[in-house]
Design a protein around this ligand. Structure first.
Ligand code: ADP
Length: 297
C-alpha cells in the first residue's frame, strides 16, 4: 500500500475535524478527495504529510510511519499545499534551485521537472508574472523535485480558468501514471475526469470510498414511477435488470443495472399488470447529483 490511514481522529480545541478516518491507496492510483468546505480535507492532508499530528490513529506512506518518523516519510511525499505558497519575486528556475538546495536535492532534477510540468517557456520569468495556471505548475514542479512516489495536492485547481483547469487536470493525470496521487477538490467532474477512485468526506467522516467504475455501475439508471393502484415489491422485482427499489413519496424509485432506457419496459410492465402510470421520470444519476445528495443537509 502506498497510503494506509487507520482510525485517525483530530480535534482542534473543541472542534472535531476528523472522526475515525480510515482509507488506503495502492501504488499508482489517483484518488479524488472530495468534500464541502470544512469537511476536513486539508487537515487529513497535513496529517498525511507529517505537518500536524492526529490525536490518535496511524498513518503510513510507503510503509513508513508518518507520525513517528515524519522526515523519513516526507522523502516519499510531494506536497502542494492549499493556496500554493510561492515567492513571487523569485524567477521560476531560481525558486526551484532554492528549493533544491534547502532539501539537498540534486540540481539536475530541476530541468527534468520543468519539462515534466511544461514550464519550459516560462522558466525564465518571475513567478508573479505568470498566470495562475503556470504558478500551479511551479508548485507542482517544486512538489516533485525530490521524485516522490506519493503526491498530496490540496485543491490544486481552485481559482483556475477553464483552459487552465483542463491543462492542470491533464498534468495531474500524467504525473499519476507513475505516482500515487491524492488530491482534494470540491468539483465532482474533476474527479470523474482524472481519478480512479473517490473518497467523499463530510464533517470529518468518510461517506464514500469507492472506485469510480463501481460508483458508475451502481448509479446507472433510476426511474421514479407511481401507479394508480398498489403493487408489491415482489411483483416489481420481476422487472429485468432491477438492482434495488426504494419507496419515494407516493411512488417508487427503481434502480436499474443497465444503461438501456428502461422506460418502455416499465410501460409494458404496467400494462401487463393492469396498472396505470400516474407519473414516470427517468433520472440518470451522475456523480455530481450523488455528491450533492450526500453532502447537502
Ligand atoms: P477542508 O479542507 O475540507 O475545507 P479543513 O481541514 O480545513 O477542511 O477544516 C476542518 C474543520 O477543522 C473545519 O471546521 C475548520 O474550521 C477546522 N480547522 C481547521 N484548521 C483549524 C485550526 N488550525 N484551528 C482550529 N480549527 C481548525
Amino acid at each position: 500500500m502506498s497510503i494506509k490511514v487507520s482510525s485517525v481522529i483530530k480535534t482542534y480545541a473543541s472542534q472535531k475535524a476528523l472522526q475515525d478516518i480510515s482509507f488506503e491507496a495502492s501504488k499508482g492510483e489517483i484518488i479524488g478527495f472530495l468534500g464541502p468546505n470544512g469537511a476536513g480535507k486539508s487537515t487529513m492532508m497535513k496529517i498525511l504529510t507529517g505537518f500536524i499530528k492526529p490525536n490518535s490513529g496511524s498513518v503510513f506512506v510507503n510503509e513508513v510511519n508518518v507520525i513517528q518518523t515524519p522526515q523519513e516519510a516526507q522523502k516519499n511525499i510531494g506536497y502542494l499545499p492549499e493556496h500554493n505558497p510561492l515567492y513571487g519575486d523569485m524567477y521560476v528556475r531560481e525558486y526551484l534551485q532554492f528549493r533544491a538546495s534547502i532539501f539537498k536535492i540534486d540540481k539536475s532534477q530541476i530541468e527534468t521537472c520543468i519539462k515534466k510540468v511544461g514550464l519550459q517557456t516560462e522558466a525564465h520569468k518571475k513567478i508573479n508574472q505568470l498566470s495562475k495556471g503556470y504558478q500551479q505548475r511551479v508548485g507542482l514542479a517544486a512538489a516533485i523535485l525530490h521524485n516522490p512516489s506519493v503526491l498530496i495536492l490540496d485543491e490544486p485547481t481552485t481559482g483556475l480558468d477553464p483552459n487552465q483547469l483542463v491543462e492542470i487536470r491533464a498534468l495531474i493525470k500524467e504525473l499519476g501514471k507513475n505516482k500515487t496521487v491524492l488530491f482534494s477538490t470540491h468539483i465532482m467532474q474533476e474527479v470523474e475526469a482524472v481519478c480512479d477512485k473517490v473518497i467523499i468526506i463530510k464533517k470529518g467522516t468518510i461517506l464514500i470510498d469507492e472506485n469510480l467504475d463501481t460508483l458508475h455501475e451502481n448509479n446507472k439508471q433510476t426511474i421514479a414511477v407511481s401507479f394508480d393502484s398498489a403493487v408489491s415489491k415482489e411483483v416489481l422485482f420481476t422487472l429485468p435488470n432491477l438492482r434495488d427499489i426504494e419507496v419515494k413519496n407516493s411512488g417508487w424509485l427503481l434502480h436499474f443495472e443497465t444503461e438501456d432506457d428502461m422506460r418502455t419496459v416499465v410501460f409494458d410492465f404496467a400494462r401487463e399488470h393492469h396498472l396505470k402510470i400516474v407519473s414516470l421520470n427517468a433520472q440518470t444519476k451522475n456523480l455530481e447529483t450523488l455528491f450533492r445528495e450526500l453532502t447537502t443537509g
